[in-house]
Write a protein that binds this ligand. Structure first.
Ligand code: G4P
Length: 298
């Protein structure tokens, strides 16, 4: 339980304990594999399009044509998703919104890759390489939906380990129809965890395991982050008075939510741990509504 009566609002982001992992190894693996593909498909979480990107991907892909898949769009604010697509368009990166769990939007994937490779495909055709296989590397931070994308697109779900130079057990190819193959990210592409806001946003979405964070503080911080834009959704779901929530601290809101839900312990004390678990779970499953935490500036 958190007790911070009369305390000033806690503006410090929740610290995430994390381990940088093997970025050096990933970098080496990426350098090897990038030569084997024609384009890169970067998967981004539509709820946190900034935090869910690897900060050095740009260097790692060494100028390969790239497309962006704004995934988990079923849980993101549709208005914001539209705006993010405009942002990528302005940056010259073809992008689509998808839901790799249901498959919604994925029929736009192959045309999107063809669009980014249009000139190359024309050049291959001029050289007589009509129908040359297009190879795409799927990249993204852990939990962003890479396996879901591959499973959805690769009907048989089987990896084809082709007899081809540079192909090892670490780089598995997935055929997704005639003349099109996907390669899973070699290694782990970490997000920019050293940035506290990034760590916190990824913890909100569940991309960081809850064992490594203080969930009550995390839920309090989430409520504070949601109020400026999504007060109505929060108040409706948790039966809070919309006129009275402005300026309240997250821990106070959590207490009210626990009370409203009847989450009480002996002596009538509110079980804020349970309230925190409920808030996090309902945000992560979009029962709180379609929410985007990082807003596009167009
Ligand atoms: P990864 O390979 O990049 O690590 O991610 P993965 O596909 O394993 O997806 C991580 C979690 O995100 C999975 O949930 C998956 O179902 C979910 N997910 C992926 N894409 C979408 C999407 O577009 N919308 C929604 N709502 N969820 C998505 P999980 O709970 O870990 O597994 P499961 O319960 O679905 O089996």
């Amino acid at each position: 339980m958190i007790k911070r009566e009369n305390a000033a609002p806690d503006t410090e982001a929740v610290s995430i304990q994390w381990f940088p992992g093997h970025m050096t190894r990933t970098k080496r693996q990426m350098e090897k594999c990038i030569r084997l593909v024609d384009a890169v498909a970067e998967i981004v979480d539509a709820r946190v399009p900034v935090s869910s990107r690897n900060p050095v991907l740009h260097q790692l892909i060494q100028g390969k044509p790239r497309v962006i898949l704004l995934n988990k769009s079923d849980m993101a604010d549709p208005e914001q998703t539209k705006r993010w697509l405009q942002v990528y368009k302005k940056q010259g990166i073809p992008a689509i919104a998808v839901d790799c769990r249901s498959g919604r939007g994925l029929n736009g994937f192959v045309p999107l890759v063809r669009e980014v490779l249009r000139d190359r495909i024309a050049a291959w055709e001029q050289k007589g390489m009509v129908g040359r296989t297009i190879r795409v590397m799927v990249v993204g931070i852990p939990n962003v939906g890479k396996s879901s994308l591959i499973n959805r697109l690769c009907k048989g779900g089987k990896a084809a380990v082709a007899d081809r130079p540079g192909v090892t057990r670490d780089n598995r190819w997935f055929p997704i129809g005639k003349g099109f193959e996907l390669l899973d990210t070699p290694g782990v592409l970490w997000p920019k965890f050293e940035d506290k806001v990034v760590g916190e946003h990824l913890a909100f979405t569940g991309a960081v395991r809850d064992e490594v964070v203080d969930t009550e503080r995390l839920a309090s911080r989430l409520l504070e982050a949601l109020l400026p834009v999504y007060a109505r959704a929060v108040c409706e779901r948790y039966r809070l008075d919309e006129a009275a929530v402005a300026g309240k601290r997250g821990d106070e809101l959590l207490e009210e939510i626990g009370k409203n839900r009847g989450m009480l312990m002996a002596g009538g004390v509110v079980n804020t741990e349970r309230a925190a678990a409920a808030v996090l779970d309902e945000f992560r499953s979009a029962r709180l509504g379609k929410i985007t935490l990082e807003r596009a500036e167009t």
